[in-house]
Design a protein around this ligand. Sequence first.
Ligand code: HEC
Length: 129
Amino acid sequence: MKNLLVVLMFSSAFLTGLPASANSTVDQLLQTYQQQGAQTVDPEQGKKLWYSKSGDRSCTTCHNSSPDKMGKHARTGKLIKPMASSANPERFQDSKKVEKWFLRNCKWTLGRLCTVQEKANTLSWLNSF
Ligand code: HEC
């Protein structure tokens, strides 16, 4: 039964046409987001969200505007390692961590939760570096 589920999950990824990336955590998250209702994943929309301003806040308030550079937390001043996997191979290795920070950061930055579509778009854009 478990094997059947795995086969079904893989074939559904195939059917939805998601290109496999080098990061299996990202692949799995994107699949989950699609199962939760996200449509075609669009990295360009993710990029737009990343740079869009909500009042005086944006994702780049803490993360560097170049995802491959060090960022700095706006409140604590703590350094934040690059978001690009090319510059920081530790990125996006744990789906719980990704979800936890999407939750916190979308709330802080946008004053609301991100939709599954927004999470899918942003994650695929960040993972493209
Ligand atoms: C107030 C500061 C701040 C803002 C603004 C912010 N982040 Fe973050 N973000 C962090 C911190 C701190 C971490 C955790 C430390 C780390 O992973 O280096 C983090 C981690 C993440 C992670 C997890 C990365 C991983 O390796 O799993 C994602 C995804 C993320 N942020 C996305 C976003 C998005 C999308 C926005 C804009 C909607 C955003 N962040 C805005 C501070 C911020």
